[in-house]
Design a protein around this ligand. Sequence first.
Ligand code: PMP
Length: 382
Amino acid sequence: MVHLPSSKLPNVGTTIFTQMTQLANQHQAINLSQGFPDFLPDSGLLSSVDHFIKKGFNQYAPLGGMIPLKEAIATKIEKSHQTDYHPDSEITVTAGGTQAIFTAIATFIQKEDEVIIFEPAYDCYEPTVELFGGIVKRFEMKAPDYSIDWNVVKGLITEKTKMIILNNPNNPSGKVFKENDIQELIKIVKDTSILILSDEVYENITFDGREHLSICRYPELKERSLLIASFGKLFHVTGWKVGYCAAPKALTDEFRKVHQFNVFCVNTPVQLALAEYMKNEEHYIHLSQFFQEKRDFLRKGLSNTSFGILDCEGTYFQALTYDKISDKNDFEFATELTIRHKVASVPFSAFYKNRLNENVIRLCFAKKQETLEQALEFLAKV
Ligand code: PMP
């Protein structure tokens, strides 16, 4: 009998997204838990992949990505944020945002390096830091406004701080950084060698005219940042797992050393189709408006229910409180909501290491109109 080596991630189980999706399937509930669209992507994009497959683009892509896609990414960033990344030496196409995040952490985090994260946090940051021996320091953003006290963040910094991980717009709170947040961050990292990993996968989904203040707009931050984005969110193709990392050459050189042994390269025909599709900026500049209509529809419907509706400045997630309905903790409540009321959500406590429970759940509104209508009908009965 072989004795298995001890786990490198002893405290990690199945993700909450998988758990809630399984529960939704088991109880035939509407799945507003996991963050993926239930509608089709644009057929033009789909037929473009078909076109490139049939034209014979089915072998390995270059390590950094297909040239047309890297150029299209550089153009998009330039148009959106008026700053240049060199397509060849500063942009790397990755197998989704997750691999970009994993590779960035693997590249730079060594034993005992400290990494600051902001909770509620997307679930892959912390385990990845721990895999490489790093130590996570947390700032807990709290309901209802999830604001950041930058003085407290400053207090988390030591001489061992290697990286700060940001997620703007934030999943799950929908919080979007304001100019003041960025200016405070600039002050904090000034005269340090702290790197920034900026997870901006929801970059094109901000509401009510809010601008997405990408890290790359600020030279003092850009020079130390790995900017990560995902086509899954941009074009409703979360299953394609294609994203990218944009970073100054010196950081990209190191990133690619790890990337080449991590995946080496990413799906060739999909890269070419994405490049072609991105030539028309109409394909992404209206994304905020598209999701704002869904957000507003959901919020209007929810105003007739007993749920409390928190602000939603960006992403495709709406946070809800349920104090008038139940005094159960958020995990128990989300479970009951799935089983009894047939709507699956994600409890916010899952996004905090210490399972902070503020009686908040998250609904994903990247769904067809019928799905949202049906969910609202069920939620009105709660
Ligand atoms: N970061 C955040 C905040 C996310 O919500 C997600 C996906 N849900 C990712 C990264 C991962 O992106 P991808 O699916 O492209 O790996």
